[in-house]
Every structure is written in C-alpha cells, then in structure tokens.
Design a protein around this ligand. Structure first.
Ligand code: AMP
Length: 270
C-alpha cells in the first residue's frame, strides 16, 4: 500500500537494512542514501535466523529509542522496525538460493546457517521495500558479495551500493558489538585494525605467509582469540598464496565473549 503510493509518485527509494544499535557507520550509509534518493527506508530488525548461537542473539544490543534519536535530524526517512511475526509471516513463501563457493568460506565456514539467515531476511526486505538502491557496508565484506548474488539470483534488479567502513579515530571499526566491550577489551580490540594496517603496509615487502603470521601474532599478543585471519582475493574470496594487485585481509576474533570481524582492502602500489 505504502510502496504502491511511492511508486505512483515515482519516488526514488533507497534502503538501508540494519540490526539497530546504530552508530556512525550505519549513519554514513543512511546519509549517503538520503543524498541519492527521494525517500529512504531504514529497517531495524535483529534477525534471529542469522545468529548461529542463541547467547549471541540474546546479548545483541537493542537500543531502539537511541536509534530513532540518532536518525531524527534526517527527513524523508521511513523507519521499519518489525517484530519477528511481521518479518516472517507464515504464509510468505521463500525458496533458499544456493550460496555457492563464496558462502562456504570465512564466515560461511565458521557460522553455519548465518548467510542462509541473512539471505532469508534480505530477500523478504527487498521484496517488501522494493528499493531502487540498497546500501551495505564493506565492513561485512563477504555479506556484500552474498547480497550481490542474492540480487542477481532472485532478479530484484536493485542497485547494490557498497560503502566504506567507518572507523573510530584509533582505527577500531565501528560495530554495534563494541558496546559489549569493557574498556580494557576495547583497547585490546585495537589490535585487529593494527594487524590489518600492518598487512596493508607490508604488501610485497615480505612473503605473504610471513606477513600473515606476523599479523596473527599482533592480535594474539593482545589476548584475542582468532577464529580466522585470511588474505583473500577480493572477487572469489579464495585464499591468496602470493601477493597480487589487490587482496582483502579478513579477520574474525573473539575479544572476551564478543566476536568481532573486520577487513581491509590491501592494494599493491607497484
Ligand atoms: P548491522 O546492523 O551490523 O547488520 O549492519 C547494518 C549495515 O551497516 C550493514 O550493511 C553493515 O555492513 C553496515 N555497517 C556496520 N558497521 C559499519 C561500519 N563501521 N562502517 C560502515 N558500514 C557499517
């Protein structure tokens, strides 16, 4: 009904799906969407289907009134904050898509069912909102690749816009999960971005495997438990054996109970 009215008025619709606990990283997506569209839909929904551990789902921060306050200066915004029964009505059909090789790597290997859950919710959201453009952060690099596959697979024809990762001044990538870190853990978590910058600055200077091991020890020495640190091809996400023109270093590590991910595009200057 709402969507039909917008279509009749030929409004250009932008869409930013989120799980809330909004920060400047989310805001950068919303602000870009506001610049490029007549109307922007921001969804706020902590999607149970994409959590492979119930404790993580329970602990995920929920800050709806602060989220609304953060967005309050923006106009032409529609906030969609459904509950689970609205998001997944029993009569709404969904046929899962094959995730392909990209879905099996990195996050796919360590969080069984995660991308299936992401695809399910984004499929429903795209079908409901029918945006012209949808905005996703490169912070979730592999997710962005999966969303592009989803868009092609279901034939949505949406313009998928990848947006740069927003970092705190000290380098830590902004994340809703940072809210769960103690001051000491937050300090230790800085080792992740330090390791990524280390890789970025050392492309081609030493063999890839040596640089990778040094990056791993930067994080481990800060007391984090690494789930993976891989240097991968930006398109296939397959591990690189040697330096190439462009690669992405992707990390997942536990800082106490909190699982953080980050990545950085590392391009050769040669
Ligand atoms: P989330 O609420 O974590 O599901 O994130 C919603 C969207 O915001 C996703 O497209 C994320 O990739 C993006 N996002 C999260 N953190 C950042 C960040 N630090 N910089 C840019 N985009 C981000």
């Amino acid at each position: 009904m709402w969507r039909e009215q917008q279509r009749a008025e030929q409004k250009q619709i932008g869409f930013v799906p989120t799980m809330g606990a909004l920060h400047q990283g989310h805001l950068s997506l919303v602000e870009q969407a506001c610049k490029e569209n007549d109307l922007v839909v921001v969804s706020i929904f902590v999607n149970p289907k994409q959590f492979n551990q119930n404790a993580d789902l329970q602990a995920y921060p929920r800050t709806l009134s602060a989220d609304l306050a953060l967005l309050s200066h923006l106009s032409n915004l529609v906030i969609f904050a459904p509950d689970e029964s609205e998001m997944y009505p029993a009569d709404l059909p969904f046929t899962p898509m094959p995730l392909g090789p990209i879905g099996q790597l990195l996050e796919g290997a360590h969080r069984p069912g995660h991308f299936e859950g992401v695809v399910h919710v984004v499929h429903h959201l795209f079908a409901l909102v029918q945006p012209h453009k949808a905005y996703f952060g490169q912070k979730d690099f592999q997710q962005l690749a999966i969303i592009r596959l989803l868009n092609a697979h279901y034939g949505f024809g949406i313009d998928i816009i990848g947006c740069q990762t927003v970092r705190h001044k000290d380098g830590l990538a902004m994340s809703s999960r940072n809210l769960r870190l103690t001051a000491e853990q937050r300090q230790n978590a800085l080792s992740i971005s330090r390791a990524l910058y280390f890789v970025q600055h050392n492309i081609g200077k030493n063999p890839l495997e040596k640089v990778k091991q040094e990056a791993i020890s930067i994080i481990e020495q800060a007391g984090l438990e690494i789930e993976y640190l891989e240097i991968v091809d930006p398109i296939t996400l397959e591990k690189c054996a040697e330096w190439q023109q462009a690669q992405v270093c992707c990390v997942a590590a536990f800082c106490g109970e909190v699982r953080l991910i980050d990545n950085m595009l590392c391009e050769s200057v040669l």
